[in-house]
Design a protein around this ligand. Structure first.
Ligand SMILES: Nc1ncnc2c1ncn2[C@@H]1O[C@H](COP(=O)(O)OP(=O)(O)OP(=O)(O)O)[C@@H](O)[C@H]1O
Ligand SMILES: Cc1ncsc1CCO
Ligand SMILES: [Mg+2]
Length: 264
């Protein structure tokens, strides 16, 4: 169970340190992700050329690898950046977008798991199940299963890889294979905005850059997502206004809002 004063402490640390988060992420979500990182107080950079990723990762405090719109050159860049991150001892946060939808995605995921040794893996239920069982087929980037149904897979994946595994959904589960945390904040409208999961991954990375306890960092990131999403949904008429309200809620979070809204 997370200690709310540690959550408050980590939010202050992100705002104070403004850590550089290097994102190799998909075309769909680059803008939302960069804005969400700015809202939380972190400093985003998107860079994916094989000619510069090693240098960029070297000056960053965390690396996000997101395979949403992958191709061969991007995969090369992700592997270079992932290896640099290991050398520099900064955390790699992996988002296996659409794992299980095509065999290419599933194959690349296995390669990233082996060669980049992510500290945290964040996916929806379908994606986490597909990483463990290659027979699981997913529809695309949206989950077709509840987060509860992927918990066993998440624990297996955590034990096999040594990573903390996050399943997002109605309830978020965060597990290292032994201990499992839950976050029950959020709103169904979040799943109707493209890239909310990708944003969750980037926010988790911001927390992993300032807290070496990956289970706590990932839980803090998901709590901040869920709280902001829940508050934003209460002010929104649909998924358009939701995007704007979400950024504003993230930007305006304070200790009393966290204490009044957090549901574990
Ligand atoms: N039914 C729900 N109730 C509450 N919160 C939800 C619900 N579904 C998703 N969320 C929240 O929305 C965020 C995104 O999770 P989701 O599982 O939709 O990611 P995703 O499928 O990877 O999204 P994308 O691929 O579009 O980035 C998380 O913070 C999660 O907690
Ligand atoms: C819709 C979509 N397609 C590839 S990546 C992406 C963003 C949400 O994962
Ligand atoms: Mg996703």
């Amino acid at each position: 169970m997370i200690d709310i004063s540690n959550l408050v402490r980590d939010l202050s640390l992100v705002r104070e340190k403004s850590p550089l988060i290097h994102n190799i992420t998909n075309y769909v979500v680059m803008n939302n992700t960069a804005n969400a990182l700015l809202s939380i107080g972190a400093s985003p950079v998107m860079a994916h050329s094989v000619d510069e990723v090693a240098e960029m990762t070297s000056i960053a405090s965390a690396l996000v690898l997101n395979i949403g719109t992958l191709d061969a050159d991007w995969v090369k860049a992700m592997l270079i950046a992932g290896k640099t991150a290991q050398t520099k001892k900064i955390p790699v946060i992996f988002d296996p977008v659409g794992a299980g939808a095509t065999s290419y995605r599933t194959k690349v995921c296995q390669q990233i798991l082996e060669e980049c040794k992510p500290s945290i893996i964040r996916g929806n239920a379908s994606e986490i199940m597909a990483l463990v069982n290659s027979n699981v087929k997913t529809k695309g980037v949206d989950s077709t299963s509840s987060s509860d149904s992927a918990l066993d897979s998440a624990k297996i994946l955590a034990r096999e890889t040594g990573a903390v595994v996050v399943i997002s959904g109605q309830t978020d589960y965060i597990t290292n294979g032994e201990t499992t945390e839950t976050v029950s904040n959020g709103n169904t409208l979040m799943a109707r905005v493209t890239g909310m999961g990708c944003t969750a991954t980037a926010i988790v990375a911001a927390f992993a850059s300032i807290n070496t306890d990956m289970l706590e960092a990932a839980t803090h990131g998901m709590a901040i997502m869920g709280i902001s999403g829940e508050l934003a949904a209460a002010k929104s008429q649909g998924n358009g206004s939701m995007q704007v309200h979400f950024l504003d809620e993230l930007f305006n979070l304070n200790e009393s809002t966290l204490r009044n809204t957090l549901k574990l």
